[in-house]
Design a protein. Structure first.
Length: 147
């Protein structure tokens, strides 16, 4: 498998560490009624193995609550859009699809901006763990079939 290069063009600099949420105001971000802060927005360009460039408008999940909620409760994800998960450390990442209503592709990216693996067509509404078993610091979720 050829390595793919990811170029990030973020609208705002992501926080290096999760922003703390006071315990007294904590609301489970996986519930449908969660009214917490909206993710920042940005864009990235994915360069494929054949030299093509694909721009994706992303929501940025760079805090614990935003990463936990992810794309839950969305009934659609338009082409050319997705969510970029930014983790505080490069390690093996794992995702499940609890309360996620649509199939997604997950692109796991290391700190060198290289794709280390892809999970395609992750089945919605399951607790099955999805991982590529290699360390990553970013994960890009896009509509199922995009990757």
């Amino acid at each position: 498998m050829k390595a793919l290069l990811i170029a990030l063009l973020l609208a705002s600099a992501p926080a290096g560490a999760a922003r703390p949420v006071p315990r007294s105001t904590y609301v489970d971000p996986t519930t449908q009624s969660y009214g917490g802060p909206l993710p920042d927005r940005g864009a990235l360009v994915v360069k494929d193995a054949f030299g093509g460039a694909h721009r994706v408008a992303v929501e940025i999940a760079d805090t614990g609550p935003l990463r936990m909620r992810g794309l839950m409760w969305r009934s659609e994800l338009p082409d050319g859009t997705g969510m970029l998960f930014i983790f505080p450390a490069e390690e093996v990442q794992s995702f499940w699809m609890r309360n996620t209503l649509i199939p997604l592709d997950m692109v796991f990216i290391d700190r060198r901006m290289l794709v280390v693996g892809v999970v395609q067509w992750a089945e919605p509404q399951t607790l099955t763990s999805r991982t590529v078993g290699k360390p990553s610091i970013y994960v890009l979720e896009v509509p199922g079939g995009w990757a």
